[in-house]
Write a new protein. Sequence first.
Lengths: 431, 258
Amino acid sequence: MTDSESTTTQDVVPAQSTAGTGFASDNVQAVTVGDSVRAYLNRLRGGDMGSLPAIFGLVVLFIIFSTLDDHFLIKYNMANLAVQSASIIVLAMGIVFVLLIGEIDLSAGVTGGAAATVTALLMIKHDQSWWLATLAGLAVGAAIGLVIGLLVSRLGIPSFVVTLAFFLALQAIPLKLIGAGGSLRYNDKVLRGLSIKNVPVTAGWIVAIVIVVGFGALALWRYRSRSSQGLVHQPLPLVLIQIGVLAVIVLGITGLLSQNRAPNPNFFNISGIPWVVPVVTALLLFWTFVLTRTRFGRHLYAVGGNAEAARRAGINVNRVKVAAFMICSSMAAVAGLLSASYTGKVSPGSGAGNDLLYAVGAAVIGGTSLFGGRGRAMDAVIGGLVIATIPNGLGLLNQASYINYVVTGGVLLLAASVDAISRRRRSAAGV
Amino acid sequence: MSEPILELRGVNKSFGVVHVLHDVDFAVYPGQVTALVGDNGAGKSTLVKIIAGIYGRDTGEYFFEGQPVTVHGPRDVAGLGIEIVYQDLALCDNLDIVQNMFLGREETKGIGLDEVSMESRARETLTSLSVRTVQSVRQSVASLSGGQRQTVAIAKAVLWNSKVVLLDEPTAALGVAQTRQVLDLVRRLADHGLGVVLISHNMTDVLEVADRITALYLGRVAADVPAKEVNHSQIVELITAGRSGNLGIAENPATATV
């Protein structure tokens, strides 16, 4: 105690004394590209593969389908694929939130159906404007999520059971409102237009360039502020490569969809990005921000990683859970609207089929863990594209539809195996 | 001896008919490591939970920095500057060190998180504790060893300018080298002027870092002595029999109560 008391006055050990110590090995600010690549490979070996298997799978699917069928890669089909995948992607984005906290929502598909029914009825039978009807549909979704969330967090019923019950019960809403065998037209100019109309080519280019420039500026600003403060950051070449890759993807898609893709280009002009693409992009950016840059997002990961630790840290775990279910159901409502927009109608069976399982599959294929604590909004986009590519490509090949089920099921099983195996390797390697 | 920073006087606690704590006095001094020892069921955990505000007291007073305080829950205790590092650590494996250290108390700038400030402060705290074993503050907690996790849990407690830190069995699951790291850290915390409470079954650890030892025996304080005045076997006797020579409880209370 005697010799230690002399140091009591010093709260912080002077910086130079740590410069030569092991903690100085935390000099990630001087990391090279080679080091980052090695660190990334180590993470992969440790089982933290993220979206890599899904991207790989998407590339494989594209190669297979484009060699087997000349029509797969044509511009018209690419635009089709974008529209077909939109509702799965949005549903999967909602599912990511409940998977993040280690729960599941089996009712998300039929929630979308119920929301689309309400929206369609308000527009057709009650002559409401499209935006009021849309808001009502979203409110239906949020309300369903609230009830599910309260049942799961307050009563402690497993989410699997609660949402299975909701899956069964909610199918009554469209059936009652529409009537067996009936269907509702869904031909509002704006809502239907999301799937069948395109962004004007010039506007599409402007938005694409704004996104690329915005991302680039943000990444460089982050790099500068973090490196000047001496914080952990990526090496500059890697930042530049990321900006470059994003620019190629965004501008490439814009360029592809901006060309005239009409079957007979001399008579028709179909060009521009379908409106759903900016809608999905906006949702992706918004939820990515929420997940990675806000307290709420951080708390979602914490609850999924270790709910007890989150509780002890003063996080209101129940509130986080309710919010996650509300986000999931609201996104399901959006997905229901997009799905109706694609098919042009709402029928009693909307959302009751395989939609939900496809969305769960999309999230898991994209790299979101079924065990909680791991996932991104981007996973839903990549996984959703994989899921949508399979029926699209098989359809072109004129395969019997049973093949479609087998292949999709196989891909999902593969993704879940990757998740389980990588989880095991993670706990072994501790990455 | 300076004033105790945290003091409990005459604490009694019963769960139904089971009288767990009998008139327990417990004091923590700034700049000292106070070891709380006792056999399983002696009331250590109950006492810690009363200090933490998780359990209420039946009778007894709670003083902090010489002032009587009322404590209604864990938040009040955290507000006083008392942090508890639990045995099972309460870290999220999927988050990195900075994210764990600020969990539940994230700093924000506008609507977003202020990562710059959090990372700097986490680094400062780890540096001030001379933590050298962590490669990067952005490392995921899952990749840390047991000793490093314990270090992060302790650093998390220290980050909040806490004045008292309670450590529940911090070395229980650790190897030799890691135990060494954690004990060094415990010592440094006290050297920084904090009041440290070390709950441990390992008498070697206790004798090595503790300044005072409070031994509980069947819910009573058997002894509250400077660590220098007792040896290994005396502590073991205090824990197992409640007395050792002229130290300890005069008669066996096991026959008198319960």
